[in-house]
Design a protein around this ligand. Sequence first.
Ligand SMILES: Cc1cc2nc3c(=O)[nH]c(=O)nc-3n(C[C@H](O)[C@H](O)[C@H](O)COP(=O)(O)OP(=O)(O)OC[C@H]3O[C@@H](n4cnc5c(N)ncnc54)[C@H](O)[C@@H]3O)c2cc1C
Length: 480
Amino acid sequence: MHSSIVVLGGGPGGYAAAFLAADEGLEVTMVEADPRLGGTCLLRGCIPSKALLHVARVIAEVDELRHDWGVVYPPPKLDINKVRERKEKVITTLTGGLKQLAKRRNVKVIHARGVFENSTTLRLEGDDPSIGSDKTLTFDHCVLATGSTPAMPPAFNIGSDRVMDSTGALSLADLPESLLVIGGGYIGLEMGSVYAQLGSKVSVVELLDGLLPGADRDLVKPLHKRLNTLFHERIFLNTKVGSLGLRGNKIEVAFEGPGKFGAEQFDRVLVSVGRRPNSRGFGLENTQVEIDGKGFVKVNEQMRTTDPHILAIGDVAGEPMLAHKATHEGRVAAEVLAGKSVVFDRLAIPAVIFTDPEIAWCGLTEEQAKKDDRKHEVAIYPWAASGRAIALGRTEGLTKILVDPDTERVLGVGIVGAGAGELIAEAALAIEMGCEVTDIAQTIHPHPTLSETVMNAAEAFFGTATEIYKPKRKSAESAS
Ligand SMILES: Cc1cc2nc3c(=O)[nH]c(=O)nc-3n(C[C@H](O)[C@H](O)[C@H](O)COP(=O)(O)OP(=O)(O)OC[C@H]3O[C@@H](n4cnc5c(N)ncnc54)[C@H](O)[C@@H]3O)c2cc1C
């Protein structure tokens, strides 16, 4: 079999590349090892986690009504089978949609594991009837979109299903009385929040001195405070997990750190200490593709690898490992293959942590600006001044803007608060369009909404935000 373009991997990077390449009139075959399309994001990542986080959020909101507004409902009763079924239905709907879209676009889909024999040939492993008798598929160009998998350090891999990775946690086998989350990154905190709201007693252990390493500390602070309540003050920082051991139906965990020391038993443990790119074990060594020290495939700004026949996109092609970055790279790869002169300019890749409150940022962070010695000014709008946030009882949020003081260009935006993930889209557009801060300050935002806080933070830069007092800057006239 031969196809002009082969896309290896049917996740958000792979299917975006395949569909857009087909839209460009190219002949495309997508090879995916899983029986369903969608990849990590749809089958065991973004989508199922957000479906479960929705349940967690509604439970929390009902609880807030009881505590803060005097509206009392009976305590929720949980039918875990129904929750699981509903989550699966969401996945089935989406993966079914992808199958239809592939068909309509004439993208041939082969469910098989692809192994490179050389730079233009894949060996297909599996029993999909469309594999053909010689079990090989040759191509002019291949888009590598093989994604990533959860990292499981050997010391934690004790052969018990009570020690789970994110895929195990999302399968929601039962609701453990106690759950330890190893790793204070976004996946651990999102899944920890789900289990805590459903009724588990959740603890988090993190090796470093703060949750969400790499995220802006101003944004993490309000989240840490709220999670401390949800997790009953059981967030152990600066603490290492020395070992795990199976003791009957429990997992015994040895803690080594100032946050916690000694052994404690848990019903389940979620190991969420990062993800590894899928770049080994399927013959890349038979091509000219180069891999860096962290296992990522080396690519240029056109997503081309060091092998002229192979492009790479998504998680396997580098950080940040996010679905929308994979999709965007898929678009770039498809356009490059269609002969268009395009590059991926990594100016504004939004990042969202779907905890409660949510954290979202886009563009330059304050920490990065300091590290790069980049001239910048920061304006912050505390949500305590927002009428909508007060009405919602969610005043812990804040919106901050990083501005280049010379050009007044928006360099970055960070938001913590309810719905921050939706609000950050405006910032992505602003940065992508090269907005000056006055453009945001002078754009009328609907009242009363949390989106106003983005405008208000821009106004705060000039000292002209109505609800907070800050002495005016010289250039404030330009914002009026
Ligand atoms: C719990 C969790 C929550 C997440 N939440 C978010 C979120 O909210 N927002 C966000 O942006 N990102 C989120 N992510 C990350 C997101 O899922 C990934 O960034 C995204 O799926 C990467 O897309 P991809 O196309 O590069 O790879 P993947 O989605 O990993 O897809 C790769 C596909 O390639 C296939 N494959 C691999 N090797 C072969 C082979 N040799 N032959 C054939 N097929 C192969 C795999 O079966 C897989 O289907 C989350 C991840 C997890 C685990």
